[in-house]
Design a binder for this molecule. Structure first.
Ligand code: RP5
Length: 161
């Protein structure tokens, strides 16, 4: 079975942002499972998610949540898998609430927090974690970095003309 990334989010309203992580993982040819798991509205599903993750060969979890964004931290407290938290931008506080909720974890329960709405970076980070044990993903990451470098150099050269 392929190593997978588990993508979860607190609400379907997070989906447009979390979909960007799916697109990146597809570019890298990485399998993933995606679901809605709410820390507050479906607590039992959240408590059981780590078992499902292990059964599905999930090696990294990306968890997006907004507002009182407890999902990434709670999932991190229940599993030894690495958890990457994506703070979702909110209408009332622009996602500062989400960011602080996710990043300010107590010692002993780390969540790797990306920028507000930074789900693409969450996917790249997940790819890097899987690449420590997967040459194909590593090669794709190297190509991605090289393309990124070339694009910026090209823009810079155009600017100098
Ligand atoms: C969080 O509450 C979700 O992650 C979402 O970002 C936020 C708002 O959820 P909805 O009211 O849009 O369902 O749990």
């Amino acid at each position: 079975m392929d190593n997978k990334v588990g993508i979860i989010m607190g609400s379907d309203s997070d989906l447009p942002i979390m979909k960007e992580a799916c697109d990146v993982l597809e570019e890298f040819g990485i399998s993933y499972e995606i679901d809605i798991v709410s820390a507050h509205r479906t607590p039992n599903k959240m408590f059981n998610y780590y078992k499902r993750a292990l059964d599905s060969n999930i090696k990294v979890i990306i968890a997006g949540a907004g507002g009182a964004a407890h999902l990434p931290g709670m999932v991190a407290s229940l599993t030894d898998l690495p958890v990457i938290g994506v703070p979702i931008k909110t209408k009332s506080l622009n996602g500062i609430d989400s960011l602080y909720s996710i990043v300010q974890m107590p010692k002993g329960v780390p969540v790797a927090t990306v920028a507000i709405n930074g789900s693409e970076n969450a996917a790249i980070l997940a790819a890097k974690i899987l690449a420590t044990n997967d040459k194909n993903i590593l090669n794709k990451l190297t190509e991605f970095r090289s393309n990124q470098n070339d694009q910026v150099i090209k823009k810079s050269e155009q600017l100098q003309k």
